[in-house]
Design a protein around this ligand. Structure first.
Ligand SMILES: [Zn+2]
Length: 89
C-alpha cells in the first residue's frame, strides 16, 4: 500500500509506541502494530486498533449520571448589562 503522506514509499508492518491523552495524562502503549512508510517514515495506525482503543477508553472514562440529579441551567437574568440595548444612549 502506498504512503498516504509522500505517495512514494510503501507501508511496511512494524510496531510503534502509541501515545494518547487519558484522564489528563499521557498514556503510552509500547509495541502497537502499525504500518510505517519505508521512504518518509510516516506511521499509519491500524484503524481497528484505534477504534478498539477509543472504545476501551470511553468505557473506562464513562461517568454514569443520574438524570434526577441534573439541574437545568438558570434562566438568563434579563436585567444584566449584557441585555441592555446599546442604542438607548
Ligand atoms: Zn511516505
Amino acid at each position: 500500500m502506498r504512503c498516504n503522506y509522500c505517495r512514494i514509499g510503501r507501508y511496511q508492518p512494524t510496531t510503534v509506541p502509541y501515545y494518547s491523552r487519558f484522564a489528563q495524562r499521557i498514556m503510552v502503549i509500547p509495541h502497537v502494530p502499525a504500518q510505517k512508510c519505508d521512504v518518509c517514515g510516516h506511521v499509519s495506525h491500524d484503524a481497528d486498533f484505534i477504534l478498539r482503543m477509543q472504545y476501551m477508553l470511553d468505557e473506562l472514562t464513562a461517568v454514569t449520571v443520574d438524570p434526577a440529579n441534573i439541574t437545568p441551567p438558570a434562566a438568563p437574568n434579563q436585567n444584566d448589562d449584557w441585555y441592555t440595548s446599546r442604542r438607548s444612549s
